[in-house]
Design a protein around this ligand. Structure first.
Ligand code: UD1
Ligand code: CA
Length: 457
């Protein structure tokens, strides 16, 4: 096997996206397109990766970090000019170079491997990854000569009517003999409809030098989808989603309606978990085995244990342990931790708080900045008053406490073990263990008062 290099093209602005976000950073199933490409490229283990950056260079570098070298293309003069920027890293080195676009997120590493193998077997100077498109509009067309070998690539804007009819397209992915690539790049010009340095012109240059240019055709056009606008972005998301969902189903996850289930690329799900329609699992979420994720639940960057049931709820950056039951309509905000067998019920919001084992927070309650022990009962309509307008205050509640309904706990307070809050209390001081805190005005009944009310006059 030859030494492998890779060049990722990611300098374009992506004018057709009509977006402030640079094209290659637009997400497909929760992950920037260029990150998908980086993952695939890393799977083929090149000895050097160079990413060409220009528009949004800082943002792209932030995304990809130290996994690649960067070459700046200050002005976007075309794909050929972009590749040339990698010369300071790669020119003159012996090996095979993969050139890949940051806007083709559906390519698989199997296809890239097959492209390398084919290229090496053919001993070609260049091998183009091609595909057959039912609608080739917008892609460069592969023009073959009478013998069937590749003669040139013609861009849509430069194509004659008969060339436009060609269905075989350039996926924008290539293997090149590295030394020949950088030599040939010296000879491309801007003599075309867009006035750009086209990488694709290299084909003719190499052919004229008597070199072999091969084409390796994938049988799945979907893989080569190039995302230039938001229509293609939606299509890429749809295709990637189908792939992701299929893989989960094959791993033993039940998707009641796969078309209405949205799972980001890096989410992990245990077997025997059942997911109902309208569920979104985003970011770096991990779901354990035998969970039930029901009706319209959204889980973002969270870790969920085994046998957890979540109904129509939103969970962000939180940790939920085994056999917990959540919802409907609960909201776990960042840094909520729900321990084993706890119950979080209707219209409950938890933020930066730990809820201990078997503790129940059943209805209409806000718990923020608090640590609750185990087997506590939190009544209906309880508010952990954590914010005084300037600072957040932390409240702690020890095991087996009982918090009556419609109580306020004005933080910071501490409740000892088995402490009780009488319903309707506003608690401003600690309650020792085994004690009851009651903090409300005593009731007064006014006899024969109803007839004195204005509406009864
Ligand atoms: C390109 C190919 C076309 C192919 C298609 C596949 C050329 C001339 N055309 O067209 O044959 O069918 O991809 O998707 O190569 N870029 C830079 N610097 C530049 C210009 C582009 O880094 O100066 C980057 C872009 O960020 C993008 C990639 O190169 O990631 C491809 O550029 P784009 O403008 O999308 O090319 P297409 O018109 O799609
Ligand atoms: Ca493109």
């Amino acid at each position: 096997m030859e030494t492998r290099f890779a060049i990722i093209l990611a300098a374009g602005k992506g004018t057709r996206m009509k977006s402030a976000l640079y094209k290659v950073l637009h997400p497909v199933c929760g992950k920037p397109m260029v990150e998908h490409i980086m993952n695939r490229v890393q799977e083929i283990q090149p000895s050097e990766i160079v990413t060409i950056v220009g528009h949004g260079a800082e943002r792209v570098k932030e995304q990809l970090g130290s996994r690649t070298n960067y070459a700046l293309q200050a002005e976007q003069l075309g794909t050929g000019h972009a590749v040339l920027q990698a010369a300071s890293f790669l020119k003159g080195k012996k090996g095979t170079t993969l050139v890949i676009s940051g806007d083709t997120p559906l390519l698989t590493s199997e296809t890239l491997r097959a492209l390398f193998d084919y290229h090496e077997n053919q001993q070609a100077a260049a091998t183009i990854l091609t595909a057959h498109a039912t609608d080739p509009t917008g892609y460069g067309r592969i023009i073959r000569d009478q013998t069937g070998s590749v003669a040139k690539i013609v861009e849509q804007k430069d194509a004659s009517p008969s060339e436009e009819q060609v269905g075989e397209i350039n996926t924008g992915t290539y293997c090149f003999d590295n030394e020949l690539l950088f030599d040939a790049l010296e000879n491309i010009d801007t003599n075309n409809a867009q006035g750009e340095y086209y990488l694709t012109d290299i084909v003719e240059i190499l052919k004229n030098e008597g070199k072999t240019v091969a084409a390796f055709q994938t049988n799945d056009f979907n893989e080569s989808l190039g995302v230039n606008d938001r229509v293609a972005l939606a299509e890429a998301n749809r295709i990637m989603r189908e792939r992701i969902n299929l893989a989960h189903m094959k791993n033993g996850v039940t998707l009641v309606d796969p078309q209405a289930t949205y799972i980001d690329a890096d989410v992990l799900i245990g077997a025997e978990t059942v997911i109902e329609p309208g569920v979104y699992l985003k970011g770096k979420t991990v779901i354990g085995e035998r969970c039930q994720l029901l009706g319209q639940t959204q889980i973002i960057d969270s870790i969920i244990g085994e046998q957890v049931t979540i109904t129509s709820s939103i969970i962000e950056e939180s940790r939920v342990h085994d056999q917990v039951d959540i919802g409907p309509f609960a909201h776990l905000r960042p840094q909520a931790e729900i321990k084993e067998q706890a119950h979080i019920g209707n219209f409950v919001e938890i933020k930066k708080a730990t809820i201990g084992e078997r503790t129940k927070v059943g209805h209409l309650t806000y718990v923020g900045d608090a640590t609750l022990g185990k087997e506590i009962n939190v009544g209906c309509g309880v508010v952990f008053v954590n914010y005084d307008g300037k600072q957040k205050h932390h409240t702690t509640v020890a095991d087996h406490a009982f918090i009556g309904s419609a109580s306020n706990l004005i933080g910071p307070v501490h409740l000892g073990k088995n402490a009780v809050i009488a319903a309707g209390s506003t608690i401003t001081a600690d309650i020792p263990e085994e004690a009851m805190g009651i903090a409300r005005a005593r009731q007064v009944n006014k006899d024969n008062f109803a007839s004195k009310l204005p509406f009864n006059q």
